[in-house]
Design a protein around this ligand. Sequence first.
Ligand code: SF4
Length: 349
Amino acid sequence: MTAVLPARPSAAERRAAPSLAAAVRDLDRRRARSRQRVIGASELGECRRRAAYRVARRRPTNTRTGLQAFIGTELHRGVLRALRRQYGGLTEVGLKGEQVKGRCDWWHAPVVEDLKTTSRFGFERVLTRGVPVRHWFQVAVYAWLLRTGQTADRRLPAGTGQDVDGLRLRYLSRDSGEDVVFEAGSDPALTAEALMWLTDVYATVEDDGVDAVPRDGFGPGVDAMCDWCPFLDLCWGPPVDPGTEGEVSRQSRLTVTDADYVEAVHDYDAWRAAETEARRHKEYARERLRGRSGPAGGLHCEWSGGALRTQVDKDAAVERLADLGEVVPTRTARSPRTIRVTRTGTRPD
Ligand code: SF4
């Protein structure tokens, strides 16, 4: 399956785009002043607070990795080996610049590829929402480091620029073995944007401290990137006491003052309204697509389901058990906590 990035930026857009030279200069200045550590390209564009913890050399508080991650790493290694044996090129190329470092998955001149092994859900998300910009940042920065000879790999002469002209991201579903490839031309503007993102993090750490750098995740249980973040406890505090679950969450620690409370209630109300309106628009578009399928300008539409299937009739099953004099099996579970935000009839000040 191949998906190609639509519409490369026009010449005018490129002129308006941030300059790579200026971005490198800015970042050098910031780094030289703060003498902070060089961060990995894979963390660019992910979460500014996480990058801030890295540049400030904070010690990770949550280092557990799940079995899924372990399987992902092993699969990743195996797939890269297979690609190299089949097509040649270099895999796991060490890169190190003054500003960022990284390990490029596969350089098959002139294209730089990054491979992402994903769960079924992650794969579906890429198909429906496209490539997250942070993944383009990552591969663009690898391409830039290689092209400018900023390598740290005994297979390549340091300081010698390599032939790079093209970026590729391959997503491989761990569950189905399906893969999808997205391609784009090398784009210095993308690299510049990534370096400027990092410069911004350095600037805030330097001027106002780590805690002033915004969190880009909404916390555990809401964003998976927080659930697996190595700085989860540092960022959101220790886990809540299991006895108080339902009444307290780590995020609720942010609601301290009355003003925080009012803001959170209004936030809830605003996003609920946006959700309702978005659902209405989506349903309208869906109805307009009934009976139609096929490609549609960079997207693809298809319908599935609708077949008859047999399900357990729970009511009838309970009735039958009662008729037979059997005790209906039960288990005790806590009902979900629900929230209800309503208007009070008075206008806010
Ligand atoms: S826990 Fe979430 S918000 Fe905090 S640093 Fe990690 S990813 Fe960012």
